[in-house]
Ligand binder design. Structure first.
Ligand code: SME
Length: 164
């Protein structure tokens, strides 16, 4: 059992390491937010198995999170700070790993098939919030600690690409 878990964990580590290298290569030389966000979402969508949606919400001057480049079905357009998993990640500035969205108070069901979510806050080097990166899955408990660390690393590569 333990050997199986360890092999799986190692494979997942390797997937995230490979994705981070690909993200750096794909985004290097371009600092545009929309261009890099669109390619980042496409890269993750293409390579990360068993996800149903992935994309960005960017913080607006009115305090709302507004949907940005994404892959998957059409999504909720605006999310108020503090609302749902995305708004919670934005307010707490901590990555949210939600194994079962039905047990998350205030979860916003953009897509009823979504069962688990991983949301990473995106912080600029000066500490201000750019927005959040949201990945959803139709599978309960899809995301674990390895996904959290791996996705945070991927998001660092994305933020570095913006050069600010
Ligand atoms: N479920 C999210 C909203 C965004 S969508 O899943 C695309 C939330 O509770 O914040």
């Amino acid at each position: 059992m333990h050997a199986g878990i360890s092999i799986q964990a190692t494979a997942k580590d390797e997937l995230y390491a490979a994705l981070a290298r690909q993200a750096e290569a794909l985004l290097s030389g371009e600092h545009d937010l929309v261009a890099n966000a669109a390619n980042f979402a496409a890269l993750v969508w293409q390579h990360l198995p068993r996800i149903s949606w992935c994309g960005f919400y960017f913080l607006q001057s009115d305090g709302d999170l507004l949907v940005g480049p994404f892959q998957g079905k059409p999504a909720c357009v605006r999310i108020a700070m503090g609302r749902g998993v995305c708004g919670t990640a934005a307010v707490t500035r901590h990555t949210q790993v939600v194994a079962d969205v039905n047990e998350f108070p205030g979860h916003i069901a953009c897509d009823p098939v979504s069962r688990s979510e991983l949301v990473v806050p995106l912080l600029r080097p000066d500490g201000t919030l750019l927005g959040v990166w949201d990945v959803d899955s139709a599978e309960q408990g899809r995301f674990d600690a390895i996904d959290k660390v791996g996705m945070e690393g991927l998001c660092r590569a994305f933020m570095d690409s913006l050069g600010n």
